[in-house]
Write a protein that binds this ligand. Structure first.
Ligand SMILES: Nc1nc2c([nH]c(=O)n2[C@H]2C[C@H](O)[C@@H](COP(=O)(O)OP(=O)(O)OP(=O)(O)O)O2)c(=O)[nH]1
Length: 131
């Protein structure tokens, strides 16, 4: 099974999304969380760090894993505290989970997005701490 690390970078209730290139053979034009496949033997947290750096030039400061989702690939979402501003040649933006559900997204993301809508973190929960 292909293991994919996803970065849920949330700021003020909005998540960073980027739009996959229209030319991408896989899920063209869909709005996704930054992330990608772990290489052989690569720990998920390393894949998360590498993909966030490669895709949006941001640095992971802290990450907390959420339950994985099984589909064509296995998605491993992490709540991520990241440093910097996104820099990418793809279209990108900050969206609430409810807004994301109105965009074209990978089908496997829908249950995750629903759980984010239903479980907005309490105001005092603070940013992710573990790493
Ligand atoms: N990045 C990302 N991938 C997702 C999301 N939802 C989802 O089903 N996927 C799937 C699509 C792909 O099958 C897989 C990620 O593959 P990818 O092609 O983006 O991976 P990669 O960056 O490692 O790219 P490559 O080296 O294979 O070109 O996970 C999501 O929100 N973000």
């Amino acid at each position: 099974m292909t293991e994919v690390a996803l970065a849920l970078v949330e700021r003020e209730g909005r998540y960073l999304l980027q739009r996959r290139a229209a030319s991408n053979a896989v899920l063209p034009g869909l709005w996704e969380f930054p992330g990608g496949k772990a290489e052989a033997g690569e720990p998920l947290l390393e894949a998360l760090r590498r993909e966030l750096r490669e895709e949006v030039d941001m640095k992971v400061l802290a990450a907390e894993p959420l339950p994985p989702l099984e589909g064509a690939v296995r998605l491993h979402p992490f709540r991520v505290l990241a440093e910097g501003r996104p820099r990418t040649s793809l279209a990108w933006g900050w969206f609430t989970a409810a807004e994301i559900l109105r965009l074209r997204v990978p089908p496997a993301n829908v249950p995750l997005l629903r759980s984010l809508v239903g479980a907005a973190p309490p105001a005092d929960s603070g940013p992710p701490r573990s790493i």
